[in-house]
Write a protein that binds this ligand. Structure first.
Ligand code: NAD
Length: 362
């Protein structure tokens, strides 16, 4: 049989470049559902990752996003020591106008057909209510409300993980991990940011806060005794730690040049505009960067706990493990003189390879 020739940008080619196992396309005429479920790697366990609903401009854009995000989940689970693989799903459409109970339940049936290979959760454009609808059709869903026996809001767990990541960096630079007197600028004081400010102030850190929401800014500053700063002047601050907790790509060529801090450690996803370029720039400038996907893994830990039936105390203990995991990454980065993001990727890849070997030996 002749070998099929693949177009440069074919789905199989893209899957092979990113190392994907399965990509499932789901379509339902009646509800208008168009979803793509990407399962990157299940070496460590079932692929877990949220479902994003977004009005993508093209199918190609949706596919690109779901492949990229699901691969990231494999790394996040692996570095956090969780027995989970990486997956993610996207529903193509406007979540404000095109979503319905019927669509979510139909989508739940598609997930159910995968027999637990993929477990979903909330993401941009989906809500706890959507998880409830999905749950009516499948048990392979997490992030359902606490009232239904779920793990509820992940933000306190995420904030705890970020806090532990910050402490691990402080220990690396200053020899002890006390935050008393250290200055921290928290950019974005939403669900995670506010919880983080609370933890930082409990340890007597000097906290600066910034947010585009003026009302929230003055409320949080007053409540925790933090100093409010204008969004545009955050990089003018002379601070020990910059904690991005709003948007991605805030660490880029322009901002790195301006930055006057020793540590970057926050909750936002994809903080580095370009992983390789900016990871190296930070290494060369001597700014210690705590890899985002490691220290913001609390959300994933919360979902994992829900599946495993762990209580809140155990969940917080798992988030505390981020301290040691961050220490390991920083030590590897130092020993090999490589950017911390590269050290984290290597540790995650090694764990997957090691587990693959023991699985193959049975
Ligand atoms: P959120 O929407 O509750 O909070 C974000 C805050 O950032 C809002 O208060 C918003 O006004 C503010 N903001 C937006 N643009 C800003 C800007 N330019 N400057 C300053 N502030 C700005 O979101 P969240 O749940 O707190 O998550 C924060 C970040 O952490 C996001 O990037 C999210 O993807 C990531 N994250 C969150 C979790 C979680 O458990 N919630 C888990 C992992 C990663």
């Amino acid at each position: 049989m002749s070998k099929i020739s693949l177009e440069e940008n074919s789905v199989f080619n893209q899957m092979s470049q990113s190392g994907h196992q399965n990509v499932v396309f789901c379509r339902d005429e009646e509800t208008g559902l168009k979803a793509i479920i990407a399962i990157h790697d299940t070496t460590l366990g079932p692929a877990l990752g949220g479902t994003r609903m977004w009005a993508y401009k093209s199918e190609a854009e949706a596919l690109y996003d779901v492949l990229r995000l699901s691969r990231g989940m494999t790394y996040k689970a692996a570095i956090s020591g969780l027995n989970l693989g990486g997956g993610k799903a996207v529903i193509i459409g406007d979540s404000r106008t095109e979503k319905s109970e019927a669509m979510m339940r139909r989508y739940g049936k598609f997930i159910n057909n995968l027999n637990g290979m993929y477990i979903t959760a909330e993401d941009v454009g989906t809500s706890p209510k959507d998880m409830e609808y999905i749950r009516m059709e499948t048990k392979h869903v997490t992030g359902v409300p606490e009232s239904l026996g779920g793990s509820g809001d992940p933000s306190p767990v995420t904030a705890k993980g970020v806090f532990m990541g910050i402490k691990a960096c402080v220990k690396e630079l200053y020899g002890n991990d006390s935050l008393a007197g250290k200055s921290v600028a928290v950019q974005g004081i939403g669900h995670v940011g506010e919880n983080l400010v609370h933890l930082l102030r409990e340890e007597n850190a000097k906290v600066y806060v910034s947010d585009i929401d003026e009302e929230r800014l003055s409320r949080v500053a007053k409540k925790y005794g933090a100093e409010a700063v204008a969004t545009h002047s955050i990089f003018d601050l002379d601070m020990d730690i910059y904690a991005p907790c709003a948007l991605g790509a805030t660490v880029n060529t322009e901002t790195i040049q301006k930055m006057n801090c020793a540590i970057i450690a926050g909750a936002a996803n994809n903080q580095l505009a370009d992983e390789q370029v900016h990871g190296r720039m930070l290494l060369e400038k001597g700014i210690l960067y705590a890899p985002d996907y490691l220290i913001n893994a609390g959300g994933l830990i919360n979902c994992y706990s829900e599946i495993a039936g762990f209580n809140k105390k155990r969940t917080m203990q798992l988030a505390e493990n981020i301290y040691e995991a961050t220490r390991n990454v920083l030590q590897k980065s130092k020993a090999e003189n490589i950017p911390t993001i590269e050290a984290a990727n290597k540790i995650a890849e090694k764990r997957i390879e090691d587990i693959k070997k023991i699985k193959a030996s049975f």
